[in-house]
Design a protein around this ligand. Structure first.
Ligand code: FAD
Ligand code: NAD
Length: 463
């Protein structure tokens, strides 16, 4: 190692960075991870996946008590919202999990360097006034909220996802700008707790990137739950006076504008990679037109010894994708063969019900050739029916000639858990027949996957 401080230095401790650090240390490499935040775990553990799920889960309980679901099952309660307690359990989940990463760093002998890293050369970064030299440097700096031009996020009236996790009281009317994952998850939280929620989405359907049947069904389900949807509409401005916001809306196709009042506005129009202030100029690394750092299949950038993973590189901005790349990059640095199959990365929206998918949408699959589609409604699944969870379906898309599964889409209370089976099947190159002839425990929601697979060849049993 001579004059190197580390074999591997990772910039950022999100799911990409912390997983890469632990894996590198497990493989015997001297490893450091630089983090600018007070705590480890990145966006996901501090202000993303974990706190949002804490609020989603808690608000589901409140909603089940408030909307009559529990009473219908013979449990009569009158719920009273204790929002500070709900926030406290969110903060506790974050504290425990971020602390868990600090513990794992100690256990695996990963050095945590506190501060923001800046490249001074391709093998050296500066952190809090000190220089650190490493044979390999991994950029895992993640992403931040995309701002809406001309709109200031004050985290009081106009909030981003971080502000929307922490609202001190339930807004009367919340307008969500963007009907993507964040807008629907956090919009669901506040609707369940009593807010009137209006989602304004530029495109003509919610949830871009998902299968069209899922997107259409999502609109029906959220409307039924009481969310108002303004599809095909863009927000062109927001002005704030005191505690009220006025939004200007325009039809996406052009036409007359209108205004809408709100006492809380959530800006959730996407996220962009974090590359500013990283000193990329010093090493001759330029982000692409979308601000992302390009890598090859092995996660190497164009600069020798510099690697990149997670939200800062192209691909879906998802924690598990970042984690998979974290393991692969550490293995590649150690001289092993780290591989991520980017064709089989599931996506899940953790609303009620959950929306999940993996692989190709029906439209994408049709472009590649002839397909067969099998669909099975959750209404006909015995467990979902017994649990009073009628919404949703499973849809399996298979190649018409080879029967190989190309995509699986799922709306169900536990779709996020069910989709793992589809990922395994696709990783192993399964046909729909393989799934159809695999025993599934009864009564489970997962039986709907088996039945959808049986439906590919026209032979489901329960419909
Ligand atoms: P990040 O988690 O963003 O971590 C990067 C870290 O790098 C940050 O802590 C940052 O402080 C640090 N950093 C940046 N620059 C420097 C520097 N120069 N020096 C030192 N440190 C630096 N994904 C899912 O899969 N499931 C979910 O349920 C989910 N829910 C989400 C909910 C919300 C509200 C949000 C906002 C996101 C959610 N995501 C979810 C997305 C997920 O959080 C990201 O895909 C994931 O965190 C990306 O991991 P990463 O390691 O690439 O970067
Ligand atoms: P998104 O890309 O999912 O959705 C943004 C939406 O905003 C799009 O539908 C877009 O058409 C719309 N939009 C853009 N400009 C608009 C305007 N002016 N007016 C109206 N609509 C407009 O982005 P997000 O919801 O902010 O989420 C960001 C990222 O975080 C996503 O890439 C997602 O992968 C990740 N995330 C994942 C999860 C999860 O896995 N459950 C949860 C939260 C966030």
């Amino acid at each position: 190692m001579a004059d190197y401080d580390y074999d591997v230095l990772i910039i950022g401790s999100g799911p990409g960075g912390y997983v890469a650090a632990i894996r590198a240390a497990q493989l015997g490499l001297k490893t450091a991870c630089v983090e600018g935040r007070e705590t480890l775990g990145g966006t996901c553990l501090n202000v993303g996946c974990i706190p949002s799920k804490a609020m989603l889960h808690a608000s589901e309980y409140f909603d089940a008590a408030a909307n009559g679901t529990m009473a219908m099952m013979g449990v009569e309660v009158t719920p009273k919202l204790n929002l500070p307690a709900m926030h406290a359990q969110r903060l506790d989940a974050v504290k425990q999990l971020t602390g868990g990463i600090a513990f794992l760093f100690k256990k695996n002998k990963v050095d945590w360097l506190k501060g923001y890293a800046k490249f001074t050369s391709a093998d050296t970064v500066e952190v809090a006034g000190k220089s650190f030299r490493a044979k390999n440097i991994v950029i895992a700096t993640g992403s931040s909220v995309t701002p809406l031009p001309g709109v200031t996020v004050d985290q009081k009236v106009v909030v981003d996802s971080t502000g929307a996790l922490e609202l001190p009281k339930v807004p009367k009317r919340m307008v969500v700008i963007g009907g993507g994952v964040i807008g629907l998850e956090l919009g669901s939280v506040w609707r369940r707790l009593g807010a009137e929620v209006i989602v304004v989405e530029f495109l003509d359907q919610l949830l871009p990137g998902m299968d069209m049947d899922v997107r259409k069904e999502a609109a029906k389900i959220f409307k039924k739950q009481g969310m108002a949807l303004r599809l095909g509409t863009k927000v062109t401005g927001v002005t704030v006076k005191g505690s009220k916001a006025t939004l200007t809306l325009e039809p996406a196709a052009g036409g007359a504008s209108e205004t809408l009042e709100a006492d809380c506005v959530l800006v959730s129009i996407g996220r962009r990679p974090n590359t500013e202030g990283l000193g990329l100029d010093a090493i001759g690394l330029a982000p692409n037109a979308r601000g992302q750092i390009e890598t090859d299949h092995d996660l190497r950038t164009s600069v020798p010894g510099v690697w990149a993973i997670g939200d800062v590189i192209p691909g879906p901005m998802l924690a598990h994708k970042a984690e998979d790349e974290g393991i692969a990059v550490a293995e590649n640095i150690a001289g092993l063969t780290g591989i991520v199959n980017h064709a089989v990365i599931p996506g899940v929206v953790y609303t009620w019900p959950e929306f999940a998918g993996v692989g190709l949408t029906e439209d994408q699959a049709k472009e590649l050739g002839e397909i067969k589609v099998g669909k099975f409604p959750m209404l006909a699944n015995s467990r979902a029916k017994t649990n009073h969870e009628p919404d949703g379906f499973v849809k399996i898309i298979a190649d018409a000639k080879t029967d190989r599964v190309l995509g699986v889409w799922c709306i169900a209370s536990v779709a996020g858990t069910m989709i793992a089976e589809a990922c395994i099947a696709m990783e192993f190159g399964a046909t729909s027949e393989d799934i159809a002839y695999t025993s599934h425990a009864h009564p489970t929601h997962s039986e709907a996957i088996k039945e959808a697979a049986m439906a590919v060849t026209g032979k489901p049993i329960h419909i």
